[in-house]
Write a protein that binds this ligand. Structure first.
Ligand SMILES: [Fe+2]
Length: 477
């Protein structure tokens, strides 16, 4: 084991988002061969990487889980064996703080209180912790944070630096781009506090940014995910509105404005601002979609639907403890009929969940197998999942695996079986943490039989704190 960077958080102020398994780890390690319970399938070759917040220094002021420095945890699978490493993402802001030996950037609750350039040099007024997701497109691994540029990551999880698509991307990039597995193109957006409130981008299969479109929205909103079909890009304009006043007067920086309603926007993938059509649907929000596809002139959408959202992003002046509200969304369909203009939504289950994932080879075409991180224990906090859920829309069935009374799981990532042909021929890879034993694991389940539970459990050689999104990067690519 080698230790290359160390952290010094103590949570002296006993902040909620640093308690229990949200407390960061303080070192980077590498272990060539992890202990494994069960058998790693020989076809599972590649790397599972999970991103998440892991502050290196004691936070200044109020800390929200969205604030922490990004840390990548990678488990590489080959020849039935698994290795582990974790690396902080060396953002410009973090490097400036390392020089100082302490935190210099406030969290989201006080984000406008920019550190002086005397302290942080040219690292900029806001830290881009790159802590939300990681994707691979046109060879590049990109760690994502929705209010900043993507951060390029090396195959060994070292940080290359912020990537602006050779100078073409001037603003932020969502943490949830959509990559068309058939064309290799990547589609994404950025939201802004000031007009243009939404900007849409297309990157070609070679990684060149080839399209930028400013889209009109009635209000500055927090948009987290988008969709593609074979012909269209699809957006949801829901009423999570930025309240710039709150930044100076206290209260939540994002407000749910029921009266603004929810609309679905459908535009040709290579269309312009005039080509987007908006369709009203029941007032609701989807943080993460499963998928969208075309059925004749209908666009079908699946995702976990929230009736209202509270991210608990409170300003310094607010005395409310930070914390995400409603634990999860509820599985739902939305549809838009492009001919009649009819649009709507209906639930297809009543269980709460989030972190919707599919076999990404089906992005933009009809997919029947939907994976969700769910809850079995009552009263769970948002993001504290304990159950792997699979829906099969072809047979209208739901199967589950519960991780146990002290189990906590993350996002279900689908790793396709290179010898498989069916949509669920492959494995679900997920991270887990047992709060009774302190052991973290990376789990492998046969995606065709979730109820059977893990067929392999990789013992992660240190605690893996609560995190956000994960992905699978096959070795062959
Ligand atoms: Fe997300």
């Amino acid at each position: 084991m080698t230790s290359t960077m160390t952290g010094s958080v103590t949570n002296a102020a006993d902040q909620q988002d640093l308690r229990d398994n949200m407390f960061p780890v303080d070192r980077e390690i590498e272990v060539d061969q992890c202990e494994v319970e069960g058998e790693i399938p020989p076809g599972l070759r590649g790397m599972f990487v999970r991103n998440g917040p892991n502050p290196m220094f004691e936070p200044i002021g109020k800390y929200h889980m969205f604030d922490g420095d990004g840390m990548l945890h990678g488990v590489a699978f080959a020849d039935g064996k698994a290795s582990y490493r974790n690396r902080w993402i060396r953002s410009r802001g973090l490097q400036a703080e390392v020089k100082l030996g302490r935190a210099a950037y406030p969290g989201l609750s006080d984000v406008m209180n920019f550190p002086s350039p005397d302290l942080v040099g040219d690292a900029g007024p806001v830290k881009n912790p790159a802590n939300t997701h990681i994707v691979r497109h046109a060879v590049r691994l990109l760690a994502l944070w929705e209010q900043g540029l993507p951060t390029e990551i090396a195959p060994d999880l070292g940080t290359v630096g912020e990537w602006d698509f050779a100078g073409e991307l001037k603003g932020a990039m969502t943490a949830h781009p959509r990559i068309d597995p058939r064309t290799g193109e990547m589609f994404f957006f950025a939201y802004n506090f000031f007009p243009p409130f939404l900007v849409y981008y297309v990157v070609d299969a070679a990684g060149k940014l080839i399209k930028r479109v400013e889209l009109d929205l009635p209000a500055p909103i927090m948009m987290h995910d988008m969709l593609i079909t074979e012909d269209y890009s699809v957006f949801m304009d829901s009423p999570i509105v930025f309240d710039m006043e709150a930044l100076s007067t206290g209260g939540s920086m994002v407000q749910w404005k029921q009266e603004n309603g929810t609309r679905i926007g459908v535009m040709p993938r290579m269309g312009d601002a005039d080509s987007i059509r908006w369709f009203e649907v029941p007032t609701s929000h989807v943080q993460h979609f499963w998928n969208a596809w075309q059925d004749g002139n209908r666009v079908e959408i699946t995702g976990c639907r929230f009736e209202q959202v509270d991210f608990g992003i409170e300003t310094e002046a607010s005395d409310k403890e930070s914390g995400i509200g409603e634990a999860g969304g509820v599985p739902a369909r939305y549809w838009v009929d492009l001919d009649s203009g009819d649009a709507g939504s209906e639930f297809f289950d009543d269980e709460m969940g989030e972190f919707c994932r599919i076999n990404d080879d089906y992005t933009g075409i009809k997919s029947d197998k939907l994976y969700m991180s769910g809850f079995t224990r009552p009263g769970a906090r948002g993001g504290d999942f304990d159950t792997i859920v699979k829906y099969d829309q072809a047979t209208d069935t739901r199967t589950k695996w519960y991780s146990g009374d002290s189990g906590h799981i993350g996002e279900n990532v689908f790793a396709p079986d290179p010898d498989g042909s069916a949509e669920d021929d492959g494995w679900i890879v997920n991270s887990s943490h047992d709060s009774a034993t302190g052991q973290s694991e990376v789990l492998v389940l046969d995606a065709r039989d979730i109820e059977a539970g893990p067929i392999a459990r990789v013992q992660v050689p240190q605690r893996m704190p609560f995190g956000f999104h994960a992905n699978w990067f096959p070795a062959s690519e």
